[in-house]
Design a protein around this ligand. Structure first.
Ligand SMILES: Nc1ncnc2c1ncn2[C@@H]1O[C@H](COP(=O)(O)OS(=O)(=O)O)[C@@H](OP(=O)(O)O)[C@H]1O
Ligand SMILES: [Mg+2]
Ligand SMILES: [Mg+2]
Ligand SMILES: [Mg+2]
Length: 323
């Protein structure tokens, strides 16, 4: 099987990171630190990135990692207490971790996009994490601009009566599986196969500033979806489409930030999880997401994720709106 080692290491690292995040969320109410772009980051984001980069640096020392976070702020003297908190949480999983090691592991995620690289969102949906809603640890391997392996760990996601906590794993050409966080009995999943079911739902962000909810509602209606949207933080939305819980995920540019370009780590793992479950992922113009250009999807605007059957209808509705 292709990419077997990469898949196993990615699963191990992402599950350990998910464990750290849950421990932080249950033991303390983590404070948000404001980043330069005014978005929040917590000690769990840093700990998750440190753990995953540690594993990738050991197992694949030649692979660059393009991660969301870096340790610049954490290195400041006034952050010493927070840094030692991160080292304690990481140390519970990787014993004897020092603050210096934490910093260097986090900064291992400052790599650049190249012919083969990993991209990591240590906590996708930090706002959801802080609200005690959905979040995901998202890790993907990209080669020649194509996502080859994707792992999404969603510790708070519950799609059936089972315990919360789901993991989605996809390898190019080999399908997508879903399991609990013990990784046992992974089940192959498929997108919802119907086009005209009155129960079809669409998903969108909780944060209204991350999309255009009014336009998303119109487009979903044009595609024949009559149910209200399901609002969910993070790439858990991709898991919802891949597993057939939703038929469509719309992320159209917010009128407040029309020039925003999506980040690769917000979409790489989710994209392969949906594609390998039989769905489609493009931008709002129908173009595939181009993961070869750098940390931002500079050549794409908005994101449309579907079960495949609805896709052309959605893109046509978007084209009609703008023509
Ligand atoms: N203006 C704008 N437009 C689109 N996307 C944006 C924007 N600003 C931020 N972000 C990114 O949104 C990521 C969170 O994804 P979601 O919107 O799915 O989750 S949430 O509802 O906000 O929790 C979030 O990822 P994390 O920082 O990992 O949480 C951001 O990278
Ligand atoms: Mg962030
Ligand atoms: Mg993110
Ligand atoms: Mg993040």
């Amino acid at each position: 099987m292709a990419y077997e080692t990469e898949k196993q290491i990615a699963i191990k690292a992402a599950l350990a990171a998910g464990q750290l995040c849950e421990r932080v969320r249950h033991e303390i109410s983590p404070e948000a630190i404001e980043k330069k772009d005014r978005s929040p980051v917590t000690i769990a984001d840093f700990g998750s990135q440190a753990l995953i980069c540690r594993e990738l640096a050991t197992e694949f020392p030649n692979d660059p990692v393009v991660g969301e976070e870096d340790a610049a702020e954490l290195k400041q003297p006034e952050m010493a207490e927070r840094l030692s908190q991160v080292a304690d949480y990481v140390g519970a999983i990787a014993p004897n971790t020092t603050p210096d090691q934490v910093v260097s592991w986090i900064d291992h995620g400052n790599g650049s996009v190249g012919p083969r690289y990993w991209t990591l969102d240590p906590i996708d949906g930090t706002k959801g994490f802080l609200r005690k809603d959905q979040y995901a640890v998202a890790l993907a391997l990209v080669e020649d601009g194509e996502v080859k392996v994707g792992v999404l760990v969603c510790p708070a996601l519950q799609l059936s009566a089972a315990q919360p906590g789901l993991m989605f794993v996809a390898v190019r050409g080999e399908g997508t599986t879903m399991s609990g966080l013990d990784g046992q009995n992974p089940q192959t999943i498929k997108v919802v196969s119907s086009e005209n079911d009155p129960n079809l739902r669409f998903v969108e962000s909780v944060e209204s500033g991350h999309g255009n909810q009014a336009q998303q509602a119109e487009i979903a209606k044009a595609a024949g979806i009559t149910q209200d949207s399901l609002r969910m933080d993070s790439q858990a939305k991709y898991g919802a489409v891949a597993s057939g819980e939703a038929a469509l995920y719309l992320r159209l540019p917010s009128p407040k930030t029309p020039d925003y370009r999506e980040k690769i780590w917000d979409h790489a793992a989710g994209t392969i999880v949906v594609e390998e479950a039989g769905g489609r992922v493009t931008d709002m113009h129908g173009k595939p997401l181009d993961f070869s250009q750098g940390a931002k999807l500079v050549d794409n605007q908005g994101v449309v994720v579907s079960n495949g059957l609805l896709h052309d209808k959605v893109i046509a509705a978007l084209q009609q709106q703008t023509s």
